[in-house]
Design a protein around this ligand. Sequence first.
Ligand code: C2E
Ligand code: MG
Ligand code: MG
Ligand code: MG
Length: 280
Amino acid sequence: NVREAGGDNIVSLSNATHKAINRKSIIEKRLLLALDQQNLKVFYQPQVDIHTGKILAVEALVRWEDDQIGVVKPEELIPIAEETGLINNIGTFVIEEACKQAVKWHKEGLDLKVTINLSVREFRDKNMAKSILTTLENTQCPAKLIQIEITEKFALEAEAETSIIKQMRQLEEEGIVFILDDFGTGYASFRYMQLLPIETLKIDQTFIQSLLQSEKAQRLIHGMVQFGKSMNLTVLAEGVETKEQQQLLQEYGCDAIQGYLISKPVAEDVITKLMVSSVN
Ligand code: C2E
Ligand code: MG
Ligand code: MG
Ligand code: MG
């Protein structure tokens, strides 16, 4: 019986693997088309001052609904895009959209920055910084309106690291601010903090979700906030869903929050309305 069950498992496992490979190649094909037809969208989620609730910036998050395969969530899309190299095309699209939108808000007199996500892996491209600066120029977007969240899910070879450091410093000199995303879960948070020009530390939402569950979690997160402050960094918490979480984070000295408590990621016109109503 055990052997039979094992046999079944092997069959279903290989079926699942087969399906996954199939799905991946479908997504890859549809994504190429979507990029070509500019069928991707960008949603924005507010990052607010924990004390005043003022929107300081909005995070640009890619959204894709395909005619044939429906909504593909970033958590499925981004890893496949990274594997196939299409992440650079997504990056190019999101950066351009974000810059255009930042300029639009700026011209409307709204004071907010736009935050872009880039994986450390995208900086393997030695022309990354240059292409970002070119986009800023083409869209006439001041560098100070743009922040970059950097994630580090993979280990990098030394040569790539050198290239990242150089490119990030170059962008920093132009006035772009860097945020270390998913802090606490990444591959080399502390190492990157030492090497890279990071201005803000963003505590990963998995920690925030555990905040009210145990005293141990509270001590850990309190420690993370204190650590960030002791490094002279701005501390931002993501995935804040409740008032209780916000209050604790505020007690700990956290500077800014982002999460469903404030707003889900929304289309740009919703952000404009939020900004205008908070100004008046
Ligand atoms: P991230 O950068 O850590 O973004 C935060 C994710 O948490 C977003 O998911 C956001 O919608 C979600 N979130 C925000 N507040 C809450 C909350 O209060 N509760 C819960 N449960 N979730 C919340 P999303 O948009 O699905 O993106 C997932 C990940 O995909 C992002 O994680 C980011 O790493 C990546 N990603 C998204 N857009 C891009 C992009 O344009 N380029 C790159 N390289 N990565 C992207
Ligand atoms: Mg992010
Ligand atoms: Mg994050
Ligand atoms: Mg995260």
